[in-house]
Design a protein around this ligand. Sequence first.
Ligand SMILES: *Cc1c(COP(=O)(O)O)cnc(C)c1O
Length: 244
Amino acid sequence: MTTPEALDEESANSIRGRLDAARERIAEATARSGRAQGEVSLLLATKTVPVPLIEAAMEAGARLIGENRVQELVAKAAALADTPHQAHLIGPLQRNKARAALQYAGCIQTVADLRLAQRLSAIALGPLAVMIQVNTSGEPTKFGCGPPMAADLAAQVQQLANVTVSGFMTVGLNSSDIRAVARSYETLRKIRDTAVRGGLGSASQLSMGMSADLEVAIAEGATMVRLGSAVFGARPTTNPAAGG
Ligand SMILES: *Cc1c(COP(=O)(O)O)cnc(C)c1O
């Protein structure tokens, strides 16, 4: 490919190297937590990441990406049509964008209320995997349903015809206090355990942990970590003046 966007070998190698390093961190954290290798999958958070970099990651074996915005999910799906992969939606979904999201997302990780789930079930063509997003940190800026409601919401969503709850997702507390971060991940694990004990056997996934705290999340039971900057480097800031 000779588009102006084609990636030079050096950049492709650096993606490969960072992906390898991320896999190593996951493997070490999994071992340290006494868990079996392979229990934790890697989703690449690709918001703002140009397609050639995503392709480089896929050439290095990555298969699962997560996008935050439906518009970006759709645009990248077209560009990545020839590259075998799966995409999840990991940002909030407005009901009026549900149809577009469903065309390309294999899982909606951000269901936090019954109305969105009902809408998804009404328009899904086949069984659709969703996760219940929980605001485990209590930060007002964070999206997600409250921890006390989460297991009940999962049970209600599971009743809908065309959706299956595959697990729970959270964005952990943004803090350098590792214990506090761990508590928010522990909260999600307990919700998952409650749901599974209550009969929701399918809802075993825990999507939690990002570049800065994947070790904490894996120690608390994460089955999927979502990494962006660890693999792709720092994202451009939204303020162009600060972008350098
Ligand atoms: C950006 C993002 C991530 C990845 O964050 P990094 O710190 O870059 O690893 C994970 N989850 C969600 C929901 C995100 O928006």
